[in-house]
Design a protein around this ligand. Structure first.
Ligand SMILES: NC(=O)c1ccc[n+]([C@@H]2O[C@H](COP(=O)([O-])OP(=O)(O)OC[C@H]3O[C@@H](n4cnc5c(N)ncnc54)[C@H](O)[C@@H]3O)[C@@H](O)[C@H]2O)c1
Length: 473
Protein backbone atom coordinates (compact mmCIF):
# COMPACT_ATOMS: atom_id res chain seq x y z
CA UNK A 1 0.00 0.00 0.00
CA UNK A 2 1.28 3.44 -0.81
CA UNK A 3 1.23 6.16 1.78
CA UNK A 4 0.02 9.42 0.33
CA UNK A 5 1.21 12.57 2.07
CA UNK A 6 -1.77 14.84 1.36
CA UNK A 7 -5.09 14.43 3.11
CA UNK A 8 -8.64 15.41 2.32
CA UNK A 9 -9.68 17.75 5.14
CA UNK A 10 -13.41 17.91 5.66
CA UNK A 11 -13.62 19.37 9.15
CA UNK A 12 -12.73 22.99 8.51
CA UNK A 13 -16.22 24.36 7.75
CA UNK A 14 -18.04 22.73 10.63
CA UNK A 15 -20.35 24.89 12.71
CA UNK A 16 -22.51 22.20 14.30
CA UNK A 17 -23.90 22.72 17.82
CA UNK A 18 -21.47 21.39 20.43
CA UNK A 19 -24.09 19.10 21.97
CA UNK A 20 -25.25 17.56 18.67
CA UNK A 21 -25.69 13.76 18.66
CA UNK A 22 -23.65 11.74 16.12
CA UNK A 23 -26.81 11.45 14.00
CA UNK A 24 -27.51 15.21 14.10
CA UNK A 25 -23.86 16.00 13.50
CA UNK A 26 -23.62 13.82 10.41
CA UNK A 27 -26.92 15.11 8.97
CA UNK A 28 -25.75 18.68 9.58
CA UNK A 29 -22.40 18.04 7.91
CA UNK A 30 -24.02 16.34 4.92
CA UNK A 31 -26.21 19.42 4.54
CA UNK A 32 -23.10 21.60 4.73
CA UNK A 33 -21.21 19.34 2.27
CA UNK A 34 -18.43 19.14 4.83
CA UNK A 35 -18.28 15.35 5.10
CA UNK A 36 -15.54 13.45 3.39
CA UNK A 37 -16.97 10.51 1.45
CA UNK A 38 -14.74 7.48 0.91
CA UNK A 39 -15.58 5.26 -2.04
CA UNK A 40 -14.04 1.80 -1.69
CA UNK A 41 -13.67 0.10 -5.06
CA UNK A 42 -13.18 2.46 -8.02
CA UNK A 43 -14.71 0.35 -10.77
CA UNK A 44 -17.89 0.32 -12.84
CA UNK A 45 -20.00 1.11 -9.77
CA UNK A 46 -17.57 3.10 -7.64
CA UNK A 47 -16.45 5.63 -10.24
CA UNK A 48 -19.91 6.89 -11.29
CA UNK A 49 -21.00 7.40 -7.67
CA UNK A 50 -17.65 9.07 -6.97
CA UNK A 51 -18.41 11.52 -9.77
CA UNK A 52 -21.94 12.09 -8.46
CA UNK A 53 -20.64 12.81 -4.94
CA UNK A 54 -17.90 15.14 -6.21
CA UNK A 55 -20.44 16.96 -8.40
CA UNK A 56 -22.69 17.35 -5.34
CA UNK A 57 -19.87 19.25 -3.63
CA UNK A 58 -18.44 16.54 -1.38
CA UNK A 59 -14.78 15.73 -1.05
CA UNK A 60 -14.21 12.14 -2.09
CA UNK A 61 -11.37 9.85 -1.15
CA UNK A 62 -11.29 6.90 -3.54
CA UNK A 63 -9.74 3.75 -2.08
CA UNK A 64 -8.76 0.80 -4.22
CA UNK A 65 -6.34 -2.13 -3.92
CA UNK A 66 -5.34 -1.70 -7.56
CA UNK A 67 -2.30 0.61 -7.44
CA UNK A 68 -2.24 1.06 -11.22
CA UNK A 69 -5.88 2.19 -11.23
CA UNK A 70 -5.24 4.61 -8.36
CA UNK A 71 -2.19 6.08 -10.11
CA UNK A 72 -4.12 6.43 -13.38
CA UNK A 73 -7.00 8.23 -11.69
CA UNK A 74 -4.69 10.62 -9.85
CA UNK A 75 -2.97 11.32 -13.16
CA UNK A 76 -6.36 12.18 -14.70
CA UNK A 77 -6.70 9.03 -16.82
CA UNK A 78 -10.06 7.22 -16.84
CA UNK A 79 -9.56 3.47 -16.56
CA UNK A 80 -13.01 2.57 -17.96
CA UNK A 81 -13.55 4.11 -21.38
CA UNK A 82 -17.34 3.92 -21.42
CA UNK A 83 -17.48 6.34 -18.47
CA UNK A 84 -15.98 9.05 -20.68
CA UNK A 85 -12.32 9.76 -21.38
CA UNK A 86 -12.41 13.03 -19.41
CA UNK A 87 -14.02 11.71 -16.21
CA UNK A 88 -10.82 11.31 -14.18
CA UNK A 89 -9.41 14.63 -15.37
CA UNK A 90 -12.64 16.38 -14.45
CA UNK A 91 -12.59 14.77 -10.97
CA UNK A 92 -8.99 15.75 -10.40
CA UNK A 93 -9.54 19.32 -11.61
CA UNK A 94 -12.29 19.92 -9.03
CA UNK A 95 -9.68 19.51 -6.29
CA UNK A 96 -12.24 17.44 -4.37
CA UNK A 97 -11.08 13.99 -5.44
CA UNK A 98 -8.07 11.91 -4.66
CA UNK A 99 -7.45 8.18 -5.00
CA UNK A 100 -5.30 6.09 -2.70
CA UNK A 101 -4.39 2.51 -1.86
CA UNK A 102 -3.73 3.49 1.75
CA UNK A 103 -6.66 2.23 3.83
CA UNK A 104 -5.36 4.07 6.93
CA UNK A 105 -6.59 7.21 5.21
CA UNK A 106 -10.15 6.05 5.84
CA UNK A 107 -9.59 7.87 9.13
CA UNK A 108 -10.34 11.04 7.11
CA UNK A 109 -13.77 9.78 6.04
CA UNK A 110 -17.18 10.40 7.62
CA UNK A 111 -19.05 8.22 5.12
CA UNK A 112 -17.93 5.19 3.16
CA UNK A 113 -19.58 3.70 0.08
CA UNK A 114 -18.45 0.11 -0.47
CA UNK A 115 -18.43 -0.82 -4.19
CA UNK A 116 -16.12 -3.84 -4.27
CA UNK A 117 -16.67 -7.05 -6.28
CA UNK A 118 -18.94 -9.85 -5.04
CA UNK A 119 -18.11 -12.78 -7.33
CA UNK A 120 -18.84 -16.49 -7.00
CA UNK A 121 -16.18 -18.90 -5.80
CA UNK A 122 -15.22 -22.13 -7.58
CA UNK A 123 -18.29 -23.87 -6.10
CA UNK A 124 -20.57 -21.05 -7.28
CA UNK A 125 -21.04 -19.83 -3.74
CA UNK A 126 -20.93 -16.15 -2.74
CA UNK A 127 -17.41 -14.85 -2.28
CA UNK A 128 -17.62 -11.93 0.14
CA UNK A 129 -13.85 -11.71 0.53
CA UNK A 130 -13.58 -8.12 -0.71
CA UNK A 131 -16.60 -6.99 1.32
CA UNK A 132 -15.12 -8.51 4.48
CA UNK A 133 -11.72 -6.94 3.73
CA UNK A 134 -13.26 -3.48 3.39
CA UNK A 135 -15.39 -4.01 6.51
CA UNK A 136 -12.18 -4.77 8.41
CA UNK A 137 -10.52 -1.64 7.01
CA UNK A 138 -13.52 0.48 7.98
CA UNK A 139 -13.75 -1.04 11.46
CA UNK A 140 -10.13 -0.07 12.04
CA UNK A 141 -10.10 3.38 10.51
CA UNK A 142 -13.49 5.06 9.88
CA UNK A 143 -14.20 8.10 12.02
CA UNK A 144 -16.52 7.54 15.00
CA UNK A 145 -20.12 8.44 14.13
CA UNK A 146 -19.54 7.64 10.45
CA UNK A 147 -21.82 6.11 7.82
CA UNK A 148 -21.12 2.89 5.90
CA UNK A 149 -23.22 2.03 2.84
CA UNK A 150 -22.73 -1.26 1.05
CA UNK A 151 -23.48 -1.12 -2.69
CA UNK A 152 -22.01 -4.44 -3.78
CA UNK A 153 -24.73 -6.84 -4.90
CA UNK A 154 -25.23 -9.53 -2.29
CA UNK A 155 -27.74 -11.81 -0.56
CA UNK A 156 -30.40 -10.33 1.72
CA UNK A 157 -29.06 -10.02 5.24
CA UNK A 158 -25.40 -9.41 4.35
CA UNK A 159 -25.32 -5.82 5.58
CA UNK A 160 -27.08 -6.68 8.84
CA UNK A 161 -25.40 -9.99 9.61
CA UNK A 162 -21.91 -9.62 8.08
CA UNK A 163 -21.07 -5.92 7.92
CA UNK A 164 -22.64 -4.73 11.19
CA UNK A 165 -20.99 -7.35 13.46
CA UNK A 166 -17.60 -6.61 11.91
CA UNK A 167 -18.03 -2.87 12.48
CA UNK A 168 -19.38 -3.40 16.00
CA UNK A 169 -16.49 -5.73 16.88
CA UNK A 170 -14.34 -2.63 16.94
CA UNK A 171 -16.37 -1.35 19.91
CA UNK A 172 -18.92 0.81 18.05
CA UNK A 173 -22.65 0.51 18.38
CA UNK A 174 -24.74 0.56 15.21
CA UNK A 175 -27.27 3.41 15.16
CA UNK A 176 -25.21 5.45 17.62
CA UNK A 177 -21.48 5.30 16.84
CA UNK A 178 -21.76 4.01 13.30
CA UNK A 179 -24.63 4.09 10.80
CA UNK A 180 -25.04 1.30 8.26
CA UNK A 181 -27.19 0.94 5.14
CA UNK A 182 -27.45 -0.86 1.81
CA UNK A 183 -28.03 0.92 -1.49
CA UNK A 184 -27.76 -1.11 -4.69
CA UNK A 185 -26.33 0.18 -7.94
CA UNK A 186 -28.84 -0.36 -10.76
CA UNK A 187 -26.91 1.07 -13.72
CA UNK A 188 -26.59 -1.00 -16.87
CA UNK A 189 -23.46 -0.40 -19.00
CA UNK A 190 -24.29 1.02 -22.39
CA UNK A 191 -27.52 2.70 -21.30
CA UNK A 192 -27.85 6.46 -21.09
CA UNK A 193 -29.38 6.59 -17.63
CA UNK A 194 -26.85 6.38 -14.86
CA UNK A 195 -26.04 6.50 -11.15
CA UNK A 196 -27.55 10.00 -10.90
CA UNK A 197 -30.72 9.54 -12.94
CA UNK A 198 -31.83 6.04 -11.92
CA UNK A 199 -33.96 6.09 -8.75
CA UNK A 200 -31.77 4.93 -5.86
CA UNK A 201 -33.05 2.45 -3.30
CA UNK A 202 -31.74 3.03 0.23
CA UNK A 203 -32.42 0.82 3.24
CA UNK A 204 -30.85 1.28 6.66
CA UNK A 205 -30.24 -1.40 9.26
CA UNK A 206 -32.02 0.99 11.64
CA UNK A 207 -34.03 4.18 11.29
CA UNK A 208 -31.18 6.62 11.89
CA UNK A 209 -28.91 4.79 9.45
CA UNK A 210 -31.59 4.87 6.74
CA UNK A 211 -32.26 8.56 7.36
CA UNK A 212 -28.58 9.53 7.13
CA UNK A 213 -27.88 7.38 4.05
CA UNK A 214 -30.93 8.89 2.30
CA UNK A 215 -29.71 12.39 3.14
CA UNK A 216 -26.30 11.68 1.62
CA UNK A 217 -27.71 10.26 -1.62
CA UNK A 218 -30.38 12.98 -1.89
CA UNK A 219 -27.53 15.47 -2.17
CA UNK A 220 -26.08 13.62 -5.17
CA UNK A 221 -28.80 11.79 -7.14
CA UNK A 222 -32.10 12.76 -8.67
CA UNK A 223 -34.42 10.47 -6.72
CA UNK A 224 -33.97 8.48 -3.52
CA UNK A 225 -36.44 5.73 -2.66
CA UNK A 226 -36.23 4.85 1.04
CA UNK A 227 -37.15 1.21 1.67
CA UNK A 228 -38.03 -0.63 4.86
CA UNK A 229 -34.63 -2.11 5.60
CA UNK A 230 -31.20 -2.96 4.24
CA UNK A 231 -32.51 -6.51 3.68
CA UNK A 232 -35.31 -5.19 1.43
CA UNK A 233 -32.85 -3.11 -0.60
CA UNK A 234 -30.56 -6.15 -1.02
CA UNK A 235 -33.47 -8.39 -2.00
CA UNK A 236 -34.90 -5.83 -4.44
CA UNK A 237 -31.62 -5.73 -6.34
CA UNK A 238 -31.57 -9.52 -6.58
CA UNK A 239 -35.22 -9.61 -7.67
CA UNK A 240 -34.47 -7.16 -10.48
CA UNK A 241 -31.58 -9.24 -11.76
CA UNK A 242 -33.24 -12.62 -11.23
CA UNK A 243 -36.24 -11.31 -13.19
CA UNK A 244 -33.94 -10.74 -16.13
CA UNK A 245 -32.03 -13.99 -15.68
CA UNK A 246 -35.22 -16.07 -15.52
CA UNK A 247 -36.84 -14.41 -18.52
CA UNK A 248 -33.68 -14.71 -20.61
CA UNK A 249 -33.36 -18.38 -19.59
CA UNK A 250 -36.98 -18.96 -20.57
CA UNK A 251 -36.55 -17.47 -24.01
CA UNK A 252 -33.25 -19.33 -24.46
CA UNK A 253 -34.96 -22.60 -23.61
CA UNK A 254 -38.01 -21.81 -25.75
CA UNK A 255 -35.73 -20.98 -28.66
CA UNK A 256 -34.48 -24.58 -28.57
CA UNK A 257 -38.01 -25.93 -28.16
CA UNK A 258 -39.36 -23.82 -31.04
CA UNK A 259 -36.44 -24.89 -33.19
CA UNK A 260 -37.33 -28.55 -32.58
CA UNK A 261 -40.90 -27.69 -33.55
CA UNK A 262 -39.80 -25.93 -36.73
CA UNK A 263 -40.79 -22.43 -35.56
CA UNK A 264 -38.42 -19.46 -35.67
CA UNK A 265 -38.09 -17.83 -32.25
CA UNK A 266 -37.62 -14.34 -33.75
CA UNK A 267 -40.90 -14.59 -35.64
CA UNK A 268 -42.54 -15.71 -32.41
CA UNK A 269 -41.02 -12.81 -30.46
CA UNK A 270 -42.18 -10.29 -33.07
CA UNK A 271 -45.67 -11.75 -32.88
CA UNK A 272 -45.89 -11.86 -29.07
CA UNK A 273 -44.44 -8.34 -28.76
CA UNK A 274 -47.54 -6.86 -30.36
CA UNK A 275 -49.46 -7.53 -27.13
CA UNK A 276 -49.77 -4.13 -25.44
CA UNK A 277 -49.75 -5.50 -21.90
CA UNK A 278 -48.57 -8.49 -19.88
CA UNK A 279 -45.60 -9.30 -22.09
CA UNK A 280 -42.07 -7.92 -22.04
CA UNK A 281 -39.70 -8.90 -24.80
CA UNK A 282 -36.51 -10.70 -23.81
CA UNK A 283 -34.28 -12.06 -26.55
CA UNK A 284 -32.25 -15.26 -26.72
CA UNK A 285 -28.49 -15.26 -27.12
CA UNK A 286 -25.37 -17.34 -26.69
CA UNK A 287 -25.42 -17.00 -22.89
CA UNK A 288 -25.12 -14.30 -20.29
CA UNK A 289 -22.23 -11.96 -19.61
CA UNK A 290 -21.30 -9.12 -17.33
CA UNK A 291 -20.81 -8.94 -13.61
CA UNK A 292 -24.42 -9.25 -12.48
CA UNK A 293 -26.98 -11.42 -14.29
CA UNK A 294 -24.79 -14.56 -14.48
CA UNK A 295 -23.85 -14.24 -10.80
CA UNK A 296 -26.81 -12.86 -8.86
CA UNK A 297 -29.24 -15.80 -9.22
CA UNK A 298 -26.66 -17.98 -7.48
CA UNK A 299 -26.37 -15.48 -4.60
CA UNK A 300 -30.12 -15.61 -4.10
CA UNK A 301 -30.35 -19.38 -4.49
CA UNK A 302 -27.51 -19.92 -2.03
CA UNK A 303 -29.10 -17.69 0.61
CA UNK A 304 -32.62 -19.08 0.12
CA UNK A 305 -31.46 -22.69 0.35
CA UNK A 306 -29.33 -21.94 3.41
CA UNK A 307 -32.49 -20.55 5.02
CA UNK A 308 -34.37 -23.76 4.18
CA UNK A 309 -36.35 -22.32 1.25
CA UNK A 310 -36.32 -23.45 -2.35
CA UNK A 311 -35.00 -21.35 -5.23
CA UNK A 312 -35.39 -23.96 -7.98
CA UNK A 313 -36.50 -21.63 -10.73
CA UNK A 314 -33.76 -19.08 -10.14
CA UNK A 315 -31.05 -21.75 -9.90
CA UNK A 316 -32.32 -23.50 -13.02
CA UNK A 317 -32.36 -20.22 -14.93
CA UNK A 318 -28.70 -19.68 -14.04
CA UNK A 319 -27.86 -23.19 -15.22
CA UNK A 320 -29.81 -22.92 -18.50
CA UNK A 321 -28.09 -19.65 -19.34
CA UNK A 322 -24.68 -21.10 -18.48
CA UNK A 323 -25.25 -24.05 -20.81
CA UNK A 324 -26.08 -21.86 -23.82
CA UNK A 325 -22.52 -21.67 -25.22
CA UNK A 326 -22.45 -25.48 -25.44
CA UNK A 327 -25.78 -25.50 -27.29
CA UNK A 328 -24.49 -22.86 -29.72
CA UNK A 329 -21.25 -24.72 -30.42
CA UNK A 330 -23.28 -27.89 -31.08
CA UNK A 331 -25.31 -25.82 -33.54
CA UNK A 332 -22.15 -24.63 -35.33
CA UNK A 333 -21.01 -28.25 -35.53
CA UNK A 334 -24.37 -29.37 -36.91
CA UNK A 335 -24.38 -26.56 -39.50
CA UNK A 336 -20.88 -27.51 -40.64
CA UNK A 337 -21.92 -31.17 -40.82
CA UNK A 338 -24.51 -30.25 -43.44
CA UNK A 339 -21.56 -29.35 -45.66
CA UNK A 340 -19.76 -32.56 -44.64
CA UNK A 341 -17.43 -30.56 -42.44
CA UNK A 342 -16.54 -30.96 -38.78
CA UNK A 343 -15.43 -28.50 -36.15
CA UNK A 344 -12.07 -30.24 -36.16
CA UNK A 345 -9.91 -28.15 -38.48
CA UNK A 346 -12.67 -25.64 -39.34
CA UNK A 347 -11.86 -21.93 -39.28
CA UNK A 348 -14.46 -20.00 -37.30
CA UNK A 349 -14.70 -16.24 -36.98
CA UNK A 350 -16.48 -15.09 -33.80
CA UNK A 351 -18.12 -11.70 -34.30
CA UNK A 352 -18.18 -9.84 -30.99
CA UNK A 353 -16.51 -10.58 -27.65
CA UNK A 354 -18.06 -7.78 -25.57
CA UNK A 355 -21.00 -9.18 -23.64
CA UNK A 356 -23.38 -6.50 -24.91
CA UNK A 357 -23.62 -4.48 -28.11
CA UNK A 358 -21.72 -1.26 -28.56
CA UNK A 359 -19.62 -1.43 -25.38
CA UNK A 360 -16.08 -2.65 -24.67
CA UNK A 361 -16.92 -4.63 -21.50
CA UNK A 362 -15.89 -8.27 -21.87
CA UNK A 363 -16.41 -9.43 -18.28
CA UNK A 364 -17.99 -12.86 -18.20
CA UNK A 365 -18.79 -12.64 -21.90
CA UNK A 366 -20.22 -15.86 -23.34
CA UNK A 367 -17.93 -15.31 -26.34
CA UNK A 368 -15.06 -16.68 -24.26
CA UNK A 369 -16.89 -19.91 -23.53
CA UNK A 370 -17.73 -20.10 -27.26
CA UNK A 371 -14.09 -19.60 -28.29
CA UNK A 372 -12.89 -22.08 -25.67
CA UNK A 373 -15.39 -24.77 -26.67
CA UNK A 374 -14.76 -24.27 -30.40
CA UNK A 375 -11.01 -24.58 -29.87
CA UNK A 376 -11.49 -27.63 -27.67
CA UNK A 377 -13.36 -29.20 -30.58
CA UNK A 378 -10.39 -28.52 -32.84
CA UNK A 379 -11.55 -25.36 -34.64
CA UNK A 380 -9.20 -22.52 -35.47
CA UNK A 381 -10.84 -19.43 -34.00
CA UNK A 382 -10.34 -15.74 -34.73
CA UNK A 383 -12.50 -12.92 -33.44
CA UNK A 384 -13.51 -9.49 -34.62
CA UNK A 385 -14.81 -6.82 -32.26
CA UNK A 386 -14.64 -3.13 -33.14
CA UNK A 387 -14.70 -2.25 -29.42
CA UNK A 388 -12.19 -4.81 -28.15
CA UNK A 389 -8.94 -4.58 -30.10
CA UNK A 390 -7.15 -7.33 -28.15
CA UNK A 391 -7.54 -10.01 -25.53
CA UNK A 392 -4.89 -10.26 -22.85
CA UNK A 393 -5.35 -13.94 -22.02
CA UNK A 394 -6.58 -13.01 -18.53
CA UNK A 395 -10.25 -12.67 -19.46
CA UNK A 396 -11.09 -16.35 -19.46
CA UNK A 397 -9.21 -19.49 -18.59
CA UNK A 398 -8.29 -21.32 -21.76
CA UNK A 399 -8.66 -18.34 -24.10
CA UNK A 400 -5.21 -17.16 -25.12
CA UNK A 401 -3.89 -13.71 -26.02
CA UNK A 402 -5.00 -12.58 -29.47
CA UNK A 403 -5.97 -9.47 -31.42
CA UNK A 404 -9.20 -8.64 -33.19
CA UNK A 405 -8.78 -9.48 -36.89
CA UNK A 406 -9.85 -7.23 -39.74
CA UNK A 407 -13.25 -7.98 -41.21
CA UNK A 408 -12.02 -7.96 -44.78
CA UNK A 409 -13.69 -9.70 -47.72
CA UNK A 410 -10.91 -12.27 -48.17
CA UNK A 411 -11.13 -13.42 -44.55
CA UNK A 412 -14.92 -13.58 -44.63
CA UNK A 413 -14.84 -15.62 -47.82
CA UNK A 414 -12.15 -17.96 -46.52
CA UNK A 415 -13.56 -18.92 -43.12
CA UNK A 416 -15.80 -21.95 -42.75
CA UNK A 417 -18.25 -20.26 -40.40
CA UNK A 418 -18.97 -16.84 -38.93
CA UNK A 419 -20.52 -16.97 -35.48
CA UNK A 420 -22.41 -13.79 -34.56
CA UNK A 421 -22.09 -13.58 -30.78
CA UNK A 422 -22.64 -9.85 -30.13
CA UNK A 423 -24.72 -7.56 -32.31
CA UNK A 424 -22.50 -4.47 -32.48
CA UNK A 425 -24.09 -1.72 -34.58
CA UNK A 426 -20.65 -0.90 -36.02
CA UNK A 427 -20.48 -4.30 -37.75
CA UNK A 428 -22.06 -4.46 -41.21
CA UNK A 429 -23.84 -7.79 -40.83
CA UNK A 430 -25.50 -7.50 -44.22
CA UNK A 431 -22.05 -7.36 -45.80
CA UNK A 432 -20.94 -10.37 -43.77
CA UNK A 433 -24.01 -12.21 -45.04
CA UNK A 434 -23.17 -11.35 -48.65
CA UNK A 435 -19.69 -12.83 -48.43
CA UNK A 436 -19.48 -15.57 -45.80
CA UNK A 437 -20.28 -19.19 -46.62
CA UNK A 438 -22.00 -19.97 -43.35
CA UNK A 439 -23.25 -17.60 -40.67
CA UNK A 440 -24.53 -18.86 -37.34
CA UNK A 441 -26.56 -15.99 -35.97
CA UNK A 442 -27.23 -16.10 -32.20
CA UNK A 443 -28.63 -12.57 -32.03
CA UNK A 444 -31.17 -12.47 -34.79
CA UNK A 445 -29.28 -9.70 -36.60
CA UNK A 446 -30.04 -11.32 -39.92
CA UNK A 447 -33.55 -12.39 -39.00
CA UNK A 448 -35.03 -9.13 -37.74
CA UNK A 449 -34.10 -9.27 -34.05
CA UNK A 450 -34.34 -5.62 -33.09
CA UNK A 451 -34.86 -5.43 -29.37
CA UNK A 452 -33.26 -2.50 -27.60
CA UNK A 453 -31.00 -4.91 -25.73
CA UNK A 454 -29.32 -6.11 -28.84
CA UNK A 455 -29.25 -3.00 -30.94
CA UNK A 456 -29.64 -5.06 -34.09
CA UNK A 457 -28.95 -2.94 -37.12
CA UNK A 458 -31.17 -4.76 -39.56
CA UNK A 459 -34.75 -5.86 -39.68
CA UNK A 460 -35.50 -8.79 -41.88
CA UNK A 461 -33.19 -10.70 -44.14
CA UNK A 462 -31.05 -8.24 -46.09
CA UNK A 463 -31.28 -8.11 -49.86
CA UNK A 464 -28.49 -9.31 -52.09
CA UNK A 465 -27.23 -12.18 -49.97
CA UNK A 466 -24.52 -14.39 -51.34
CA UNK A 467 -24.81 -18.12 -51.68
CA UNK A 468 -23.93 -18.73 -48.02
CA UNK A 469 -26.30 -20.15 -45.44
CA UNK A 470 -27.65 -18.26 -42.44
CA UNK A 471 -28.45 -20.45 -39.49
CA UNK A 472 -30.42 -18.97 -36.63
CA UNK A 473 -29.05 -20.35 -33.36
N1 LIG B 1 -20.90 -3.45 -13.27
C1 LIG B 1 -22.17 -3.19 -13.10
O1 LIG B 1 -22.81 -2.73 -14.03
C2 LIG B 1 -22.86 -3.40 -11.76
C3 LIG B 1 -24.17 -2.98 -11.62
C4 LIG B 1 -24.81 -3.13 -10.41
C5 LIG B 1 -24.13 -3.72 -9.34
N2 LIG B 1 -22.85 -4.17 -9.49
C6 LIG B 1 -22.19 -4.73 -8.31
O2 LIG B 1 -21.30 -3.75 -7.78
C7 LIG B 1 -20.15 -4.37 -7.20
C8 LIG B 1 -18.89 -3.83 -7.85
O3 LIG B 1 -18.94 -4.15 -9.22
P1 LIG B 1 -18.08 -3.37 -10.31
O4 LIG B 1 -18.69 -3.73 -11.61
O5 LIG B 1 -17.93 -1.94 -9.96
O6 LIG B 1 -16.68 -4.11 -10.13
P2 LIG B 1 -15.29 -3.63 -10.78
O7 LIG B 1 -14.47 -4.86 -10.90
O8 LIG B 1 -15.52 -2.77 -11.97
O9 LIG B 1 -14.66 -2.70 -9.66
C9 LIG B 1 -14.35 -3.16 -8.38
C10 LIG B 1 -13.14 -2.39 -7.85
O10 LIG B 1 -12.96 -2.79 -6.49
C11 LIG B 1 -11.55 -2.89 -6.27
N3 LIG B 1 -11.34 -3.70 -5.07
C12 LIG B 1 -11.33 -5.05 -4.96
N4 LIG B 1 -11.14 -5.41 -3.69
C13 LIG B 1 -11.00 -4.26 -2.97
C14 LIG B 1 -10.78 -3.97 -1.61
N5 LIG B 1 -10.65 -4.93 -0.71
N6 LIG B 1 -10.69 -2.67 -1.24
C15 LIG B 1 -10.82 -1.68 -2.14
N7 LIG B 1 -11.03 -1.90 -3.45
C16 LIG B 1 -11.13 -3.18 -3.86
C17 LIG B 1 -11.02 -3.47 -7.56
O11 LIG B 1 -9.63 -3.24 -7.68
C18 LIG B 1 -11.84 -2.69 -8.60
O12 LIG B 1 -11.22 -1.49 -8.98
C19 LIG B 1 -20.36 -5.88 -7.41
O13 LIG B 1 -20.98 -6.38 -6.27
C20 LIG B 1 -21.32 -5.93 -8.59
O14 LIG B 1 -22.08 -7.11 -8.58
C21 LIG B 1 -22.19 -3.99 -10.67
Amino acid sequence: MSSDSTSVDSTSVDDAPADASPRELLLHRIEQRSVCVAVLGLGHVGLPITAAMVDAGFRVLGVDVDAARVAALNAGATPLRHLGEDLARRLRDTGRFEATTDTARLAEADAALVCVPTPLDAERQPDLGAVRATAGDLARHLRPGGLVVLSSTTWPGTTRSVLVPMLEAAGRRCGTDVFVAFSPERADPGRHDDAVTIPRLVGGVDEASGEIACALYRAAVREVVPVASADVAEAAKLLENCYRAVNIAMVNELKLAFEALGVDVWDVLDAASTKPFGFQRFEPGPGLGGHCIPVDPFYLAWAAERAGASARLVRLAGEINQEMPERIVERVGAALAEDDRTLEGASVLVLGVAYKPDIDDVRGSPSFALIHLLEQAGAKVDYHDPHVPRLTGREHEGVAVRASVELDDARLAACDAVLVATAHAAVDHARVARIARLIVDTRGVLRGGSGPEHGSPERGRPDGLGPGRIVSA
